[in-house]
Design a protein around this ligand. Structure first.
Ligand code: ADE
Length: 413
């Protein structure tokens, strides 16, 4: 049976919605209350099925929506086509050039959005380069660690002109999406692109933040011997107490079969590391931008570079060893043709937080000073509570005596 692109995309969106009970409830609520009536929303997100469910939720809430990708490789074209048929303006296709990527961000901004939703900060930064537009924007929400770091730097330098809700930093996002979501999606992508085994391999995870620790623990669960590379002393000690071997990159480079960067930093794997790696080592990145692996440096010290199959490039060094780079060093869990992004249930949490943060900005954005804000705790609690309910997990209620005990500073014994 041959199905056209729109049908395939629609089916992917329906499948995602089926596994997003919290966002589905918010969608029904938005459909009744129309909290976003009359608003134009501009988004730069990974254009895939879960994101489409978020866009449909906003449309149900009364908004007009324009969306582009936040990475040149992460758009699922079937979803983009289907979403365009469901009332959103979609400016995205997989494999965009850098120029097309920026052209599409500009197209979203040309719709004069009242609220922005960003993943990585590019859309918000670009909006700041348009003096007339930025004064009309009520606020924005930001999905990821890298974006929040950029926005906090803008706040510090006193150039941030709008309120931004850092969805990434809320417990309901970071403890689940960053940690469990990235772990599963990164390993899923690694396995489906390479079809090589994880079990028995030495996997080097660079960075032991929420993302790195999730990947390290799931890779261990699959039978890998995991090495962690970390520059922060507390995180390095945590990794050690978790039972991981902690090594500096110059030592880890010699022993790894698979390298996964998760630092949000710059050139954490460099020429001096490539030179001492084993033949056939695999390199990939789980961070937002493609700057963690020094690809230019790798190309410089290679005598040959060629694409050997979908999403895999081979670099042959002068010493004859071959290194394999996945998805051009872009975030492997979304940039690969067969990469699926985080599991749907995880994005149910993250995108429910996004939907309610947008509703909050619609209500209060005009009264908020420019700055980076946490997700209001009541939103976080609501989303997590709905998720537990949807999963059939019950809490243990505190007795009145326990509540009293917790309030009192006198009852020590
Ligand atoms: N799907 C949509 N957005 C995503 C994100 N930021 N990370 C992983 N999967 C996603």
């Amino acid at each position: 049976m041959k199905r056209d692109k729109t049908t395939v995309g629609r089916q992917m969106i329906q499948w995602a919605k089926l596994h997003m009970p919290v966002l589905s409830q918010i969608m029904s609520h938005f459909s009744r209350t129309k909290p976003l009536r009359g608003l134009q929303i501009g988004a730069a997100l990974h254009v895939e099925a879960k994101t489409a469910v978020l866009m449909k939720t906003l449309i149900e809430g009364g908004a007009k929506v324009a969306i582009t990708g936040c990475n040149p490789l992460s758009t699922k074209d079937e979803v983009a086509t289907a979403l365009a048929g469901e009332g959103a303006q979609v400016f995205a296709k997989r494999g965009e050039s850098k120029q097309e990527y920026y052209k599409n961000l500009n197209r979203v901004l040309a719709t004069k959005p009242d609220i922005l939703i960003d993943d990585g900060g590019d859309l918000i930064v670009l909006a700041h380069k348009k003096p007339k537009l930025i004064t009309q924007i009520l606020g924005a929400s930001e999905e990821t660690t890298t974006g929040v770091i950029r926005l906090k730097a803008m706040e510090r330098d006193r150039v941030l002109r709008i309120p931004v809700i850092a969805v990434n930093d809320s417990p309901g996002k970071r403890y689940f999406d960053n940690r469990f979501g990235t772990a599963e999606s990164t390993l899923q992508a690694l396995m489906s692109i390479t079809n090589t085994q994880i079990s028995g391999k030495k996997v080097v995870v660079i960075g032991f933040g929420f993302v790195g620790r999730g990947i390290a623990s799931r890779a261990r669960g699959l039978g890998a011997r995991v090495v962690v590379v970390e520059s922060d002393p507390v995180k390095a000690l945590e990794a050690t107490f978790e039972g991981f071997e902690v090594l500096p990159m110059r030592n880890a480079a010699r022993v790894g079969d698979i390298f996964i960067t998760a630092t949000g930093s710059y050139h954490v794997i460099r020429k001096e590391h490539f030179r001492i790696m084993k033949d056939k080592a695999i390199l990939c990145n789980a961070g937002h931008f493609n700057v963690e692996i020094d690809i230019g440096g790798l190309a410089q010290i290679s005598k040959k570079r060629r694409k050997i199959m979908e999403d895999v490039e081979e670099f042959t060094l002068r010493n004859g060893r071959r290194l394999y780079l996945l998805t051009e060093g872009r975030l492997v869990n979304l940039a690969g043709r067969r990469s699926l992004g985080h599991p749907i249930e995880i994005m149910d949490l993250s995108f429910s937080l996004q939907a309610l943060s947008v509703e909050y900005l619609a209500k209060y954005g005009s009264q908020m000073e420019p700055g980076v804000y946490n997700v209001p705790p009541e939103i976080d609690r609501k989303v997590v509570t709905l998720k537990l309910k949807a999963m059939g997990v019950e809490l243990e209620p505190l007795t009145p005596e326990q509540q009293e005990y917790q309030r009192s500073w006198e009852m020590g014994t």
